[in-house]
Design a protein around this ligand. Sequence first.
Ligand code: NAP
Length: 296
Amino acid sequence: MTAQTSVGFIGLGAMGAPMATNLVRAGFDVTVHNRTAAKARPLADAGAAVADTPAGVAAGGVVITMLADDAAVRAVTLGEDGIVGRLGEGGLHVMMSTVAAETSHELARRHAEHGEQVLVAPVFGRPDMAEAAKLNICVSGDDDAKARARPFLDAMGVGVWDFGEEFGAANIVKLAGNFMIAAASEAMGEAYTLCEGHGIDRNSVHELLSSTLFASPVHQGYGARIAARTYQPAGFPMPLGLKDLTLAGEAAAQARVPMPLADLCRQRLIAGIAHGREDWDWAGLAQGVSDDAGRG
Ligand code: NAP
């Protein structure tokens, strides 16, 4: 079988733009589309072809989408000028957004009606990791779809983690991981503010803990923001974080798994947005701790 060299890419936001750029750099023949057309210009400069509609990128048979949320994925896939039914028999949709498992099931069903496949492939890593092609990608779906997508995934990430053939599994793993980031942010906010309340420098505490007991990328990266209370510019803004914790809460209810900590973090994000912090990074949920302690 000849390796697929052409690929469509839809969704050139904070994550999608660097991911598509890496596909171009890796030598693939990339056609891109973005709802706001101006965002496609840098990709065109880098060597990608540009299509006016989602359907316009489908002709090559393999399309990657990196869109904001469930509604965006549905619109681009199932809406007018959507890609479903336009990839052709044996076509493949690699869906990389953080969305509900139900959305993945629906996409799989609708694409299958046309002899097309879906690979669910959400990612861990922020825009700087996307830029460096260091994403960790969780996949679920058919094994042959995983094999076909692999060259593209390898051009965008450092790790591909297989969660089986059940389409929604990778979505659940991604939501679980993001819940852990939010919970760690809340914990760091409380711990650093506790120390601050006793006259101890937040940054010194962060330095100790993030280089010893908690030497993880999450504690180091998010923790630095929380210690310094620097939440702008956002890598991942509060409204997207709220979307993920809402999805995690819904998934938890379906499985009858209580997640009280997820509820708390979700309320922090709602409060942050109510305070006008939409364009803050979601680590800013920890600012709620400072607010409550009268140390805003
Ligand atoms: P973003 O910067 O907000 O980009 C969102 C993209 O979706 C844009 O291309 C936007 O088009 C498009 N879009 C939104 N609604 C649409 C609609 N109704 N129809 C067509 N296109 C629509 O988001 P991002 O940070 O790249 O995140 C993309 C996905 O990756 C999300 O599911 C997010 O949860 C996930 N993720 C993000 C990060 C991160 O750190 N940022 C990390 C891991 C995973 P316009 O340009 O026209 O608005």
